[in-house]
Design a protein around this ligand. Structure first.
Ligand code: ATP
Ligand code: MN
Length: 260
């Protein structure tokens, strides 16, 4: 059983924005004491200034908005919090084993989620440093990643999935497709990463510019399954953009991304 009193105290310390009592309810219901402590640490360190509302609730992770402070500067944050008790652990295995950055012999089942979080952070960092459009990663601790909030007034920018038919009204789809290709190419050749869960759900549109999110499962290009993940990513792109009249063959796309 949760110790209600201790949780209430942690919630008080978390500086949840007053107007968001809904957020407080979610924090109390969704998160265990350990997660609240981790959030508390991130706010005691000054990164999180005030926790805001929920942005997204998923099976494995929840995303919240927060006012943040990075090197003394105000930054809107996306706080991505993985559920400690997730039933989806087993799916993480194939993306972690085979990644030479992690010595999986030394990672216990309990620590798997923390390794996953570290991986997401390091993937974002690699991509960001290579000039790929991704949210800037700030820090991570245990099951929580702090990154740049892609949005305005605490509301996230839409994914291209959410824009659907409006997509061709708000942006030049051909131009967008070629920008996505450009960033994918940079991701592959410069960051040496394959996203591995690329689809219209994980591409956000910021001022007509595509940003890749959700990088936890991304693998190095020398991962034994990297090629099949890349194929899946590219086929998803082709499928989505074919609805907007973009016609590029898989062979053309893959050789343009890989550059061979
Ligand atoms: P799920 O378990 O729902 O599949 P997920 O693991 O796919 O979650 P993400 O795709 O990273 O998690 O994020 C879920 C949603 O949260 C996104 O669709 C987006 O709306 C929002 N989001 C994620 N990262 C950011 C960010 N950096 N800035 C703004 N919004 C974000
Ligand atoms: Mn996602």
């Amino acid at each position: 059983m949760k110790d209600i009193k201790r949780i209430e105290k942690l919630l008080d310390q978390l500086r949840i924005k007053e107007k968001d009592s809904e957020a407080r309810k979610i924090f109390a219901e969704v998160f265990d004491e350990r997660t609240l402590k981790t959030l508390y640490k991130l706010s005691a360190k000054g990164y999180i200034q005030a926790l805001g509302g929920v942005v997204s609730t998923g099976k494995e992770a929840n995303v919240f908005y927060a006012d943040g402070s990075i090197n003394g500067e105000f930054k809107p944050l996306a706080v991505k919090i993985y559920r400690i008790e997730t039933s989806e652990f087993f799916k993480m295995d194939e993306y972690l084993f085979g990644d030479r950055r992690f010595d999986m012999r030394r990672v216990s089942k309990k620590e798997l989620i923390f390794t996953w979080v570290e991986k997401e952070f390091r993937n974002l960092e690699r991509a960001f440093n290579a000039g790929v459009n991704v949210p800037e990663p700030y820090t991570y601790l245990k099951n929580v990643v702090l990154m740049e909030f892609l949005g305005e007034d605490e509301r996230p920018y839409p994914t291209i999935f959410e824009l659907k038919r409006d997509l061709s009204e708000v942006t030049d789809v051909e131009e967008l497709y070629s920008r996505i290709k450009e960033h994918l190419t940079r991701l592959y050749r410069k960051a040496e990463l394959v996203h591995a869960d690329l689809s219209e759900y994980n591409i956000v549109l910021k001022d007509n510019d595509p940003y890749f999110i959700d990088m936890g499962q991304a693998v190095l290009t020398d991962h034994p399954l990297a090629n099949s993940y890349l194929e899946r990513d590219l086929r998803n792109l082709i499928r989505f953009f074919s609805r907007y009249g973009i016609k590029e063959s898989f062979e053309e796309l893959i050789s343009s991304v890989k550059g061979d």
